[in-house]
Design a protein around this ligand. Sequence first.
Ligand code: DX5
Ligand code: ZN
Length: 208
Amino acid sequence: MLIAPSMLACDFSHMADEVKKIDAAGADLVHLDVMDGHFVPNLSFGPAVIAALRPHTKLPFDVHLMLSHPLAYIRTFAKSGADLITFHVECEDDPAAVIEEILACGCKPGLAVKPGTPVEALFPYADKLAMALVMTVEPGFGGQSFMADMMPKIRTLKEKFPTLTVEADGGIGPKTIDACREAGLDIAVAGSSVFNAEDTAQAIAVLK
Ligand code: DX5
Ligand code: ZN
């Protein structure tokens, strides 16, 4: 399984150093949570911050857009250095149009489902997607409790679309990652369990 530490849990006063730290510690991707204060009741950082981090690592940037209107911002995030751009099926734009825009910008499209949304909502778009993201917490904040009852969504996706990469996000740590593995997960996002650890390399190694 690949590990994508979420920068939402890093020390924001030293973000470049934090990116270098997870790179040296064995992270596979850098997960970047973008929030608009509307789709979720929180604000984080935007494309200028992502662009500023881009020169500090060669790891792929896995950008998770928690935006009501992602379509207008896809090009900006592509230019900021995103590799994967994931948005929510619950957004107010047409998911098919957002996927087309991500592909047109040369990035890989990902589509996310909130805990309350049936995973079937992703099915119509699966053939165009590089990744499906199953939220294992309500999006908006780090440090929440893992929802084990989301595991059937991962199983369903892997059964129905065996070649589709599936990522889970929220509350993943040493105690919850086994359930993800058993469900067939490909990429685990981990914020607090990586950045709150004293030894980052050990924290990532334990998850792997
Ligand atoms: C929540 C974000 C997550 C979050 C994960 O809205 O999408 O990426 O930062 O943090 P932890 O691992 O602490 O739950
Ligand atoms: Zn995220």
